[in-house]
Design a protein around this ligand. Structure first.
Ligand code: HEC
Length: 142
């Protein structure tokens, strides 16, 4: 009896969570999704590397990673691939714009880090993850 109550409760909770998920579903071709996910894992690695470098006082290097891996220059990696493999053109405009904001924030961080000013560089660190959070809270692809 008790076990059944728990099972029902668990089901209800799962349903509530699904109903609470207000993220917009975006459909991507399989190849574009695979590339998007690979790019995302690279993003996470880059953020981690930047945090390590800033903690070690290697500000210029941290800026270089931000610019190279996350800046506007990091866009268009899949330009030469078939249309179905390119994530960018399949994203709604508002979602794409959040991505652009993230690339711009990375370039701005790189500019600040290049000055060697530790206090300003540390203060700019959170700007690197604002777009990640904004997009992840608004969109899903499954
Ligand atoms: C423009 C939108 C957008 C931005 C900006 C963005 N992401 Fe994502 N990310 C996504 C979507 C969509 C998924 C897939 C979610 C799903 O499974 O439904 C995802 C998935 C991921 C994953 C899981 C990858 C996998 O293998 O499944 C990681 C890790 C991740 N993002 C990290 C980041 C980090 C770190 C940043 C910021 C530096 C970031 N993302 C910025 C949209 C974005």
């Amino acid at each position: 009896m008790k076990a059944r109550c728990f099972a029902i409760l668990a089901l209800l909770t799962a349903n509530l969570q699904a109903a609470d998920d207000t993220r917009q579903l975006v459909s991507l071709p399989a190849a574009a999704e695979a590339n998007l996910r690979a790019e995302m894992r690279a993003n996470l690695r880059a953020v981690n590397e930047i945090l390590e470098l800033v903690a070690a006082g290697k500000l210029a290097e941290a800026g270089q990673v931000a610019e190279k891996q996350m800046g506007l220059g990091a866009m268009g990696k899949y330009r030469s691939e078939p249309f179905a493999a390119r994530p960018g053109p399949h994203l709604p405009a508002a979602m794409h714009a959040i991505g652009m904001d993230g690339h711009r924030a990375a370039d701005e961080f790189a500019r600040i880090a290049a000055t060697g000013d530790r206090e300003r560089t540390v203060a700019a660190l959170p700007s690197l993850t604002v777009a990640c959070v904004a997009c992840h809270h608004a969109y899903r692809i499954r």
